[in-house]
Design a protein around this ligand. Structure first.
Ligand code: UDX
Length: 486
């Protein structure tokens, strides 16, 4: 083969390794990115740790969707964890510790020995790990394989609580003290009038800065600028306040959000009309869609706290009373294991069901994107996970935010104060507050919310249109992957 032939073959065969953290939300997101790259003809290897791959394998719709791409394949890597479903956020550190101990050395070995590349027709030419995998940067240096990080959490969290964490610790603002929660954080550029200490990422409240979560975040902030690029699930208009600051540290960013909507827009009409485009690890109960069909437009409150957050029985009862007192019908996702406090789940559930069967529908796991798109849904009580926030923005559904951890604290502040898309009830869980919030977004202030949510939903849709900022960013990402694969 002469040089030109080799050159042409390599130009045509870029091969990306996508390596997500093993949790429902990030894997779902990373699979959407993978599919978009596959559609452009790029070869993709999707590296899952065993922990998440086992439950994913049971969902034939995910496998059959990806089976149709000859340029896509799954690979797995051990993580030493036996349990299959990570169901609560308090397991996050356990999973990260296992990845550090087991997966990290295996990943390095896999990449340096070239074993992953040898198992494929084409060598890996680009790595796209989740931004929490700081160790991938050293592997990229050792192998000379270019690397883009993919952040599935929000840019407002990255800016306020990752990139500024070292300075906040230095200035004595972190760890945040209980008495200072309402103090404004003046040291984060651009946030002087917006951010209170209670709005920093949840880990800023951990009392000990040697805690693994804080140390890992400090490392991430140092490592992100060392990658050749940073992929973000947002659109330029939405994060115009923080993106200029992030760009100063990471000049090459790709804003390809709302990723779920961009993904749907890029599929053919027949593909995008498939029953579900979600890559959900758990089985979705679609019967709730017919329950929604029975309700007039904008009358139902949807409640979900995502795949990892939890609530205590007392908190659940406060939310339940607030909902019942608001007299609005509700669709509530009660993920098994998400209510803590050692109570008899089936007994309490059956009592609540008895009282609420007239006005409520409770499911283990819902087809959330379809639920939010349903005209009956008029409000979303959410834990403010980043995917849920983006999905709600696209559908123009106002939010009542009750954040649990990580990026959800800044996300809910931005929803309430920056984008004005809803009400942030963080750090409170009281039936009166819930009732008032529901009445505000569904009745009293409905017109205002309809206007504002419509405004952002339009901008989101524009961003994924042919000439929209996120479509352009995706095209540039694909071009750059090809160029860097030379
Ligand atoms: C986690 C973090 O908690 C979150 O803060 C971070 O931004 C991303 O990773 P998770 O808690 O699961 O994710 O929340 P979120 O990001 O909102 O993702 C949940 C996903 O599950 C969404 O895509 C949502 O559509 C889906 N979902 C949720 C369902 O498909 N069905 C449900 O019943 C509930």
């Amino acid at each position: 083969q002469n040089h030109q032939e080799i050159h042409t073959r390599n130009v045509l065969q870029p091969h990306v390794l996508i390596f997500p953290i093993p949790f429902q939300g990030p894997v779902n997101c990373a699979l959407k990115l993978a599919e978009l790259l596959c559609l452009s003809g790029i070869h993709v290897t999707f590296l899952n740790t065993d922990h998440i791959h086992r439950p994913l394998l049971r969902h034939s719709h995910v496998l059959s969707r990806f089976n149709r791409y000859p340029n896509f394949k799954f690979e797995t890597i051990p993580d030493g964890l036996e349990d299959e479903n990570p169901v609560t956020g308090d397991r996050f550190e356990e999973v990260m510790a296992a990845i550090d101990a087991v997966t990290k050395p295996l990943f390095r070995e896999m990449m340096i020995s070239g074993s992953l590349s040898r198992r494929s027709e084409h060598p890996v030419t680009m790595m796209i790990p989740d931004e929490v995998y700081s160790f991938a940067v050293e592997v990229a240096v050792e192998t000379s394989i270019p690397l883009f990080f993919f952040a599935t959490l929000s840019p407002c969290c990255l800016w306020t609580s990752h990139f500024n964490l070292a300075a906040l610790i230095e200035a004595g603002h972190v760890p945040v003290k209980e008495n200072d929660l309402d103090e404004l954080v003046k040291d984060v550029p651009g946030m002087e009038h917006i951010l209170r200490k209670r709005d920093l990422a949840a880990f800023c409240r951990i009392n000990d800065i040697s805690d693994p979560e804080i140390q890992r975040t400090l490392k991430e902030a140092q490592t992100l600028p060392r990658a050749q690029g940073l992929i973000l699930n947002t659109f330029d208009d939405l994060d115009s306040l923080v993106l200029p600051y992030i760009r100063k540290l990471c000049p090459n960013i790709y804003t390809i959000g709302p990723l779920h909507a961009l993904h749907k827009a890029q599929l053919t009409p027949s593909e995008s009309s498939e029953t579900t485009l979600s890559n959900s690890v758990w089985k979705e109960d679609r019967t709730c869609l017919s329950w929604l069909d029975k309700h007039p437009p904008k009358t139902v409150v949807y409640i979900s706290i995502g795949s990892l957050s939890t609530m205590t029985v007392d908190q659940m009862l406060e939310i339940w009373h607030g909902l019942v007192n608001s007299r609005k019908p509700f669709l509530w996702v009660r993920r098994p294991g998400s209510i803590t406090g050692g109570y008899d789940e089936s007994e309490v559930e059956s009592q609540l069901l008895e009282v609420t069967k007239e006005m409520g529908c409770i499911v283990d796991w819902a087809p959330q994107e379809d639920v939010l798109a349903h005209c009956a849904v008029g409000g979303f009580l959410t834990h403010s996970g980043w995917n849920s926030t983006m999905e709600s923005i696209v559908q123009g559904v106002p939010m009542i935010c009750w954040p649990f951890y990580v990026d959800q604290q800044p996300n809910s502040r931005f929803v309430g104060e920056v984008w004005k898309l809803g009400i942030d009830m963080k750090d409170t869980c009281d039936r009166l507050i819930v009732e008032k919030a529901v009445r505000d977004i569904m009745d009293g202030k409905r017109d205002i919310y309809t206007q504002v949510t419509g405004y952002w939903a339009n901008l989101a849709k524009e961003s994924i249109s042919d000439r929209g900022s996120s479509s352009i960013s995706l095209a540039r990402l694909i071009d750059d992957i090809r160029l860097m694969s030379l």
